[in-house]
Ligand binder design. Structure first.
Ligand code: CA
Length: 232
């Protein structure tokens, strides 16, 4: 039997929350409403949702603060977060992604757009069929246990960075354009801008620490993972 995905809707405006909840329910999701960060935390402490829809502007802790907090917590770090923002500014979107959101959606949004994005983040999170282990130099990724290490030191990566690294490691030395990475790593990318790839590559390099240099930018072409980084 197919399980119904739980969607935690963190939104302080009851009218919007109700509209979203009705639409989710009609489309095979189980919405749980939390009006602020404290209520959301209580829900997360009880049962983990499959995805979090997180409003940026909330009383008390902002959506941005909550995204950072949940990404830092072992219990909640793997749950996809879709930020809802009324702001259209690029720096805010980047800040949301940097805080750990997987994607963002700008108010006002259509039901279809919202559903498409929720399905997309859920698909991205779907278990890899390739439960293999890949090694590039001293970098080892084990898809089965979701562990990554460099020179035997374990590294912590977010879910999107993990998937991105997995793909790059499986196609080592090959150059991938942003569009190709969106196709292969994100899958459904109709709403995702190519700049999103840059944000996640930046986060990936930071998370890799000393191994970050293995992820190279190929000017005018895209990105590649190499076992032999250029020394500059
Ligand atoms: Ca709000």
């Amino acid at each position: 039997m197919k399980t119904v995905p739980r969607v935690l809707v963190v939104e302080d405006e009851p009218a919007i929350a109700e509209l979203v909840a009705v639409n989710l329910r009609h489309n095979g999701f189980q919405p749980i409403w939390a009006a602020d960060g404290d209520a959301a935390q209580r829900e997360l402490d009880a049962v983990l949702p499959d995805v979090i829809l997180l409003d940026w502007m909330l009383p008390g802790h902002s959506g941005l603060q909550l995204a950072k907090k949940w990404r830092a917590s072992a219990r909640t770090k793997a749950i996809p977060i879709l930020m809802i923002t009324a702001r259209g500014d690029e720096p805010d979107k980047i800040a949301g992604l940097d805080a750990g959101a997987d994607d963002y959606i700008t108010k006002p949004f259509s039901t279809q757009e919202l559903l498409a994005r929720i399905r997309a983040v859920l698909r991205r999170r779907a278990p890899e069929t390739m439960n293999d282990s890949v090694t590039v130099g001293a970098l080892v990724l084990d898809a089965a246990t979701h562990r990554i290490s460099f020179e035997s030191e374990e590294l912590k990566l977010g879910p999107t960075e993990f998937k991105l690294l997995h793909y790059l490691m499986k196609h080592v030395e090959r150059v991938h354009s942003r569009g190709q990475l969106l196709d292969k790593v994100w899958g459904d990318h109709v709403f995702i801008e190519e700049r999103t790839v840059d944000v996640h590559v930046k986060r990936l390099r930071e998370a890799l620490g000393p191994a970050g240099a293995l992820v190279e930018t190929v000017r005018g072409a895209g990105y590649r993972l190499t076992a032999r980084p250029r020394t500059s």
